[in-house]
Design a protein around this ligand. Structure first.
Ligand code: PLP
Length: 234
């Protein structure tokens, strides 16, 4: 699976155009390039295209890319040299014993969905910026806390000294419109809790997310193409 920086740059422009067409602006809606499953050439191409925010789902893969990104950027020549400094977002399910591995590199922990995980993050990265992830689809394997317990989890995170910036949610599979009620619920809750960041929307449903007030969208497939299948051993 080769990543062509020129193709990624074109796709970044197309995704940004979709965000604007849905009523968002480049300033109001942050694009996170989701690079899980690809090698370090994916985040390098995103950075060279001017996307500073990178999303990863798996701790080991994350750690490897953080270690390799400098070399990968250097290989891109002037475009790599002009790239912004990366801001790494962790967006996947996270075991507590993996927090330590990545703690120094994460700039926004988007997938905090239980207090024990929050406590480990607070221990390894005191004061870290986090989002509380809500489960919007009722599918347990997607992670996220029940929306009803989110206010308590936000309060617990704050009590641990974490900087809770907002809420994150993953829409259900299926037509993009199916995501709207959950996105709306998340935004209403963020309003209630006075939390500015709302991380909603992926390749398929980013328009719905922007229409409902997303401040962060997380896009993988529409920037890098189909992900290679994940080996079952990891
Ligand atoms: C993989 C992933 C994405 C990106 O999904 P695409 O459909 O490839 O755009 C966004 N958010 C989370 C939490 C993910 O795991």
């Amino acid at each position: 699976m080769t990543i062509e920086p020129g193709v990624v740059a074109e796709r970044v422009a197309r995704v940004r155009a979709r965000i604007r067409a849905a009523g968002g602006t480049d300033d109001a809606v942050r694009l996170v390039a989701v690079t899980k499953g690809f090698g370090v050439d994916a985040p390098a191409a995103a950075l060279a295209a001017g996307v500073a925010d990178l999303g990863e789902n798996y701790a080991q893969e994350f750690e490897a890319k953080v270690g390799e990104i400098g070399t990968a950027l250097a290989a891109l020549g002037p475009a790599g040299a002009a790239a912004p400094a990366p801001r790494w977002h962790f967006i996947g399910r996270l075991q507590r014993n993996k927090v330590r591995l990545i703690a120094s590199a994460v700039s926004l922990w988007q997938s905090v969905d239980n207090e024990r995980l929050a406590a480990e993050i607070a221990k390894r990265a005191p004061g870290a910026a986090v989002l509380v992830q809500l489960n919007l689809s009722g599918e347990a394997q997607k992670g996220g806390c029940e929306p009803a317990v989110a206010p308590d989890l936000v309060a617990a995170c704050t009590a641990l000294g974490l900087d809770v910036q907002g809420l994150m949610g993953v829409g259900p599979a299926g037509p993009p419109e199916a995501a709207r009620p959950g996105f709306r619920r998340l935004v209403a809750l963020a309003d209630e809790l006075s939390l500015p960041e709302r991380s909603l929307g992926m390749s398929a449903d980013l328009e719905v997310a922007v229409e409902e007030g997303a401040t962060i969208v997380r896009v993988g497939t529409d920037l890098f193409g189909q992900r290679p299948p994940r080996p079952t051993t990891r």
